[in-house]
Design a protein around this ligand. Structure first.
Ligand SMILES: [Zn+2]
Length: 356
């Protein structure tokens, strides 16, 4: 007479034959095999049900054989599952590689210039018309160009006004530039006065909220000549802002302190979001600061060996992001850095197609 133990041994051999004869070891075929053997109506489950017919004296040995059968099948299924996962992984690898540089086939995903690029183009066009030369400079720079030569020697308390990213280096102290003003120093060391330059670029500070981001953009300007006065500075900035925002754009100058200028001022634009009535964006003041300016400090001229008795000059630095925010009434500065194609595609209508 065939006992449960004999059946269990025979079934284990049958299971192994079943497993070895699988054409493909995939998650589906392994699951099919599991259901066939261990499922609710599976062969092993039925065998356990038959246990009730086994005489009591044989139950212990029969139970043992069945447990051996069940655990052996479970162990084999685990091995097969891992082979199936390998199969899936290799089929993904063997698919044609994805080339993300290929152009999109969808008409809806047309590219558009970023609002900061558009703002930069608009300003550079304006400055070129005023006879300015466009300059570029390093984003990682020596402490000398970003601070010391700009009348901010080591331990100067005003350094605390700019939370700086310092770079680890074995040589001189290097920083991610906190302002485009480093280009003033590079330009003056390369050129003799008179000078009229403008320099847009990325700058970095440890700062992040609704109106501040760790990476932002500035546009720097520097004019050095004989008999340059604060009136020239004010006139130039007002004319530039009027041509960008329209003749009704309101600006104001507030006396302020920047170590590299004397006297210095902050330039505010009336909030375009609320037309000066006061809103969340302008913190209910009706105005938004767009940059700083002033007459170049004699110590800065001294650092680059310009004669401060013979020459005077003015400098200004504006936040390109703030200016773009005001121009298109954007509620949150961080929208400019989120890489949202839907947001950015709206700006395609503003592109002039002119390279900057
Ligand atoms: Zn406002």
């Amino acid at each position: 007479m065939t006992t449960i133990m004999d059946r269990a041994n025979a079934l284990l051999i049958e299971f192994e034959q079943n497993a070895n004869s699988l054409e493909k070891v995939t998650p589906d075929t392994v699951e099919e095999l599991r259901i066939h053997w261990l499922g609710k109506k599976g062969i092993v489950t039925k065998l356990f049900e038959d246990m009730r017919h086994v005489p009591n004296e044989e139950k212990r040995d029969a139970g043992k054989s069945m447990n051996v059968l069940k655990t052996s099948i479970e162990a084999s299924l685990d091995v097969l599952k891992s082979k199936a996962a390998d199969f899936v992984f290799h089929s993904i690898l063997n698919r044609a590689p994805l080339d993300i540089t290929l152009p999109s086939q969808k008409d809806t995903l047309k590219g558009a210039l970023h609002p900061i690029t558009l703002m930069q183009q608009k300003l550079l066009k304006e400055f070129r018309q005023h006879g300015f030369t466009v300059y570029d400079g390093p984003e990682t720079d020596f402490d000398f160009y970003n601070f010391t030569a700009l009348n901010l020697p080591a331990d100067h308390p005003a350094r605390d006004m700019q939370d700086t990213f310092h770079l680890k280096t074995n040589q001189d102290i290097m920083v991610l530039r906190t302002q485009t003003s480093n280009i003033q120093i590079h330009a003056m060391l390369q050129e003799k006065p008179p000078l009229r330059i403008v320099a847009p670029g990325r700058v970095y500070r440890v700062d992040s909220d609704q109106t501040h981001t760790p990476i932002f953009h500035q546009i720097e300007g520097l004019v050095v000549d004989k008999k340059i006065s604060f009136a020239d500075l004010k006139g130039m900035i007002q004319s530039m802002l009027h041509s960008v925002y329209g003749a009704t754009a309101k600006t104001r100058f507030r006396p302020s302190y920047f170590p590299f200028v004397e006297p210095g001022a902050e330039v505010d634009m009336q909030c375009t979001h609320c037309q000066g009535k006061g809103c969340k964006i302008c913190k209910n003041t009706g105005w938004l600061e767009i940059g700083g300016c002033g007459m170049v400090h004699p110590n800065v001229f001294e650092a680059v060996s310009y004669d401060s008795e013979e020459y005077t000059g003015f400098a200004f630095g504006f936040g390109l992001d703030r200016m773009a925010m005001l121009n298109w009434q954007l509620p949150d500065l961080r929208q400019l850095f989120e890489g949202d194609a839907g947001f950015q595609s709206q700006f395609s209508v503003f592109a002039e197609g002119a390279p900057c």
